[in-house]
Design a protein around this ligand. Structure first.
Ligand SMILES: [Zn+2]
Length: 237
């Protein structure tokens, strides 16, 4: 199994919320796209691991994923441990993705930013020959960070997901346990029209930055190399 793109996230639904449109767009373009969920989201206020697993399977179908699996690490208990990094590194060797999408390395939820760090270090370990890992070493060509959970951050680039927006919403709505109407103590779980409004206004906000209707934001650590300033994919709007 060799993937073109692998999204590594803390919880089922993180991919759909932060980079679902981009994942769908790449799958539609014919790339092999996969998702690695580190936890089953069993500590979430709503739903349970079995239910979320079923929801994730439905969302995978909507997004056109070639592969999805869950590592079963402890939800709300992710730590940057060598044991976890090696588990993720083994998956990177097995799946051999060219591009890896990680959650941004800072944020509100510790699982999200910890996944960003575990993922980064696992990509590094996967490329080292002398590690307790099976298979040939593999280092992804590129790591990009999805920053939708930190909307105040200025992205390095935005992907136009205008044509994929409805499918993204459909994939998010597969997680009925998270987004069905219920009374919550916090306003963390929008439902129905409210969800559409929230997802839509964020996507609209980032879309406006590049002059399209809907977009998803990403950051790269590295400065981009440009060889041809006529062909470079940057528009002035
Ligand atoms: Zn999450």
């Amino acid at each position: 199994m060799e993937l073109d793109v692998l999204s590594i996230v803390a919880h089922p639904d993180d991919t759909e919320l932060t980079c679902g449109g981009t994942v769908i767009k790449m799958a539609e373009a014919g790339y092999r796209v996969g998702v690695l969920d580190l936890t089953a989201g069993e500590s979430g206020s709503r739903g349970n691991a079995v239910l979320r697993d079923r929801e994730a399977a439905r969302a995978s179908k909507v997004m056109g994923l070639a592969h999805r699996e869950n590592l079963g690490l402890p939800d709300a208990g992710l730590e940057n441990l060598r044991e976890y990094k090696l588990k993720v590194a083994q998956k990177i060797r097995d799946l051999r993705p060219r591009t890896v999408i990680l959650p941004y390395w800072e944020g509100r939820h510790p699982d999200h930013y910890t996944t960003g760090r575990i993922g980064y270090e696992a990509c590094f370990l996967a490329g080292l020959a002398k590690q307790p890992l099976e298979g040939r070493p593999h280092r992804p060509h590129k790591i990009i960070y999805a920053t939708q959970y930190v909307p105040s951050l200025r992205p390095t680039f935005v992907v136009d997901i205008t044509a994929q927006f409805e499918k993204k919403l459909k994939a998010i709505l597969c997680y009925a346990s998270q987004f069905s109407p219920q009374k919550d103590m916090q306003n963390l779980f929008p439902s129905g029209r409210d969800l559409r409004e929230r997802v839509g206004s964020l996507a609209r906000h980032f879309g406006l930055m590049i002059g399209v209707r809907f977009g998803e934001p990403f950051v790269t650590r590295e400065v981009a190399q440009v060889d041809d300033i006529v062909k470079m994919p940057v528009k002035s709007i």
